[in-house]
Design a protein around this ligand. Sequence first.
Ligand SMILES: NC(=O)c1ccc[n+]([C@@H]2O[C@H](COP(=O)([O-])OP(=O)(O)OC[C@H]3O[C@@H](n4cnc5c(N)ncnc54)[C@H](OP(=O)(O)O)[C@@H]3O)[C@@H](O)[C@H]2O)c1
Length: 353
Amino acid sequence: MTERDLVLVGFGNVGRRFVRLIDELRDRLEQREHASFRVIGLATGRHGSMFDPRGIDGARACAVVEAGERLLPGAFSSTSGVACRDAFDVIARAAASSPGGRAALLETTTLNVEDGEPAASHLIAALDAGVHAITANKGPVACRYAEIAARAARARRTFRFEGAVMDGIPVFNLAREALRGVEVTGVRGVVNSTTQFILAEMERGVSFEAALAEMQRKGIAEADATLDVDGWDAAAKIAALANVLMDARITPADVDRTGITALTPGDLREAIDAGERLRLVGSARRVAGRITARVAPTRVPASELFAQLPGMANALTYETDLLDEITVIQGGGGLVQTAYALLSDLLSLPAPE
Ligand SMILES: NC(=O)c1ccc[n+]([C@@H]2O[C@H](COP(=O)([O-])OP(=O)(O)OC[C@H]3O[C@@H](n4cnc5c(N)ncnc54)[C@H](OP(=O)(O)O)[C@@H]3O)[C@@H](O)[C@H]2O)c1
């Protein structure tokens, strides 16, 4: 049995769903994966941070945060825990108490497409201290992938980020595990559910504002929805894909980006009348040694897959040298899928030393 000690930095929708998921799957994980997990550290922005090497009751921690209260060791059954200053304090304590690659950081703080902070610093602090680093946050992968991957290699620890693009659909693991020896020469895709839904709704006569409000109500839109509608989320995903799959070394700011806010119902109707659909398509390609990356509303023939994606579906096409094109479709995303992305990364870690 592999026993892992977990530190969660960020304990919002994704972090809490993850803690509940590993509770729900406890028997399956023990029997099939021979893995058991114990949460020893939690760090948040406004709800306090704590460390307890004897283990934190995940369900109670979820209830505390959902009640708007602070995580204080006294509120839990074990009294051996300590309140911590911040995420770095929790990571340092976990590294000291769980050496030998037994500890893993699960980073799910708020998205920042400008510089990937504070997530990038949390991941680096963990790796430098000998803790494996896993995130569902696309910011650090989009902004500082090469640097963080180099820190992981130097520390002989693992950096994984499957949840950064298309939730739990294995877009990075597919390339890492199943496309060995293949060169990915380009990617293109519909990778943002909020804009995909808004465009499909506008085609049915629903207003932009009403469709966006529905995405916000369902918790699918980013906390700051301008990141979706202005194309920043898609640009960050394209930058992350290009960095990991094509060694692009770009940031979201390097992506030529146009969002969907200027589109009118007339634009959508015009495309339909011409046998096409308007979709927010992102792409990255290496042309004459240089990476060009773009996100923009694009007219796609109605017969093509990107035009036919229903509801909030996403799709990503890999352009390769040996296998032509491979396309992965995500029917619909959600918190369970993102929580699973963290779990799948966790299960792929090397055994502790
Ligand atoms: N929601 C999804 O379906 C989804 C899907 C794929 C990827 N993601 C990515 O996953 C990440 C988390 O999403 P979410 O929906 O869980 O967001 P969320 O509910 O807003 O939670 C964010 C968490 O980060 C904490 N936080 C913020 N700054 C911090 C800091 N400096 N130190 C420690 N904790 C800090 C917040 O604490 P306080 O609340 O106490 O301030 C909160 O616990 C984001 O990067 C998002 O892009 C989300």
